[in-house]
Ligand binder design. Structure first.
Ligand code: PEP
Ligand code: MN
Length: 410
């Protein structure tokens, strides 16, 4: 354990921007070397982890085309799912519930807005979580933090928390199952739209292993899911994650937190989308009570540089608090207040508010409170099931979507 240190995302080196391969990111971080023995994980990925593409280039390109319609204001964007997927939820019933949930909420959004909805599940690869610290202390014992089941397990003991290479393959198999069920689901016509998959592109050994060059276009596609996003903690100049994604053709999300400066956002948009293709970049704003302070300047910069981006709100991640019992929760009041503020500021600046990115579940849960006053009532009982961030239940998700529609119609 002495070898472990807090993961410092700034602790990376600067290398030339001109050469790119699915592995140039390796020069920019030693994070994986702290978790896995470097020789072991390379051998594992080369020899044991046979991972074939989970999605097709054609479907990724279809999503890109749909996102052009979103960019042009013809369609809405809806992305939702668990904060972290779990292996134990990989069964036909649970997956169908999740597809139905995404489909039903998208239908609702479509009916209220009179616009088609492009729907992305946070699923089929959402197994890696960024943590502020690589380790934590539980009852006096120092152990790895839970980083998602692609790395380790959530039980608070040193054995469960020990990263295992084999998990990369388990996460792949679980993602494969999601994609297979998704194909069945859409073919059985349960869905009147096609659903796409998405996750945070965090575990770069996994993401780069699933990246292939497309013979027709020469471009590289990450076929681990249709869409990935760069998390807030990976958003800094010369990050390994930006390095990886600058060579990838898939449409991409960027989580924009309160510390993102206009200059950084300009630079990242340029690096990730050098040809300024509309629909390629979605800015997922997660600003909490900093919306009015930060958003106008970000918009000003993006507009003055002419970046063709989609604007989406994630009203969840900057509104996470611990209640008096120490339980991680979020209040619907704050979530809706963020949606309303983002809507107002985008409208004042003549930008199209395209949609929402939510953490939500079809299960009978109560992890987010209905209002600030009720936060103390959220406890670690049966209705609190998340192993990471608190999610909205169906009713709460509908409530947030209605708030989005009401404000974006004004
Ligand atoms: C997430 O989407 O679960 C997440 C960690 O988000 P962010 O990078 O915005 O904090
Ligand atoms: Mn989360």
């Amino acid at each position: 354990m002495e070898k472990l240190k807090n993961f410092d995302y700034q602790d990376c080196q600067i290398t030339s921007k001109s050469i790119w391969s699915p592995y140039t990111w390796e020069d920019k971080t030693d994070w994986y070397d702290e978790i896995y023995d470097q020789q072991d994980y390379k051998r594992f990925l080369n020899e044991e982890a046979v991972m074939l593409p989970l999605v097709t280039v054609a479907d990724v390109q279809r999503l890109q085309e749909e996102l052009v319609d979103v960019y042009e204001g013809k369609k809405l964007y809806f992305q939702a799912g668990d904060c972290v997927e779990l292996f134990e939820d990989m069964n036909e019933i649970a997956l169908k519930d999740k597809f139905d949930f995404l489909n039903t909420i998208s239908d609702y959004m479509q009916v209220l807005s009179n616009k088609p909805v492009v729907t992305l599940g946070r699923m089929g690869g959402q197994f890696a979580k960024p943590r502020t610290s690589l380790t934590e202390e539980v009852k006096g014992v120092t152990m790895y933090s839970f980083m998602g089941q692609i790395f380790n397990d959530y039980a608070p003991n040193i054995w469960a928390r020990q990263p295992q290479l084999q998990r990369i393959l388990w996460a792949y198999k679980a993602s494969q199952m999601v994609h297979e069920h998704l194909v069945d689901y859409t073919q059985e016509k349960h869905a009147n739209r096609t659903l796409f998959t998405s996750h945070e592109g965090l575990h770069l050994p996994y993401e780069s292993s699933l990246t292939q060059q497309c013979q027709d276009s020469n471009g590289y596609y990450n076929l681990s899911s249709h869409f990935q996003w760069v998390g807030m903690r990976s958003l800094f100049e010369d990050s390994a994650h930006i390095e990886f994604y600058r060579g990838i053709e898939n449409p991409i999300g960027i989580k924009v937190g309160p510390s993102a400066t206009p200059a950084l956002l300009d630079q990242v948009c340029t690096v990730l989308n050098p040809r300024n293709v509309p629909g390629k970049v979605t800015l997922i704003l997660r600003l909490g009570d900093k919306v009015s302070e930060v958003l106008p300047n970000l918009i000003k910069q993006v507009k003055s540089k002419g970046h063709k981006v989609i604007w989406v709100s994630d009203p969840m991640h900057a509104n996470t608090v611990k209640n008096a019992q120490g339980v991680k929760t979020r209040s619907l009041d704050k979530i809706k207040a963020e949606v309303k503020q983002v809507s107002q500021i985008l409208r004042e600046n003549h930008c199209y508010f395209a949609g929402l990115h939510l953490e939500a579940s079809p299960d009978n849960i109560y992890e987010c409170a209905d209002s600030c006053d009720l936060m103390a009532k959220v406890d670690l009982g049966k209705a609190y099931q998340t192993q990471c961030d608190p999610r909205l239940n169906f009713e709460q998700a509908i409530n947030v979507v209605s708030c989005f529609i009401n404000h974006s119609k004004k």
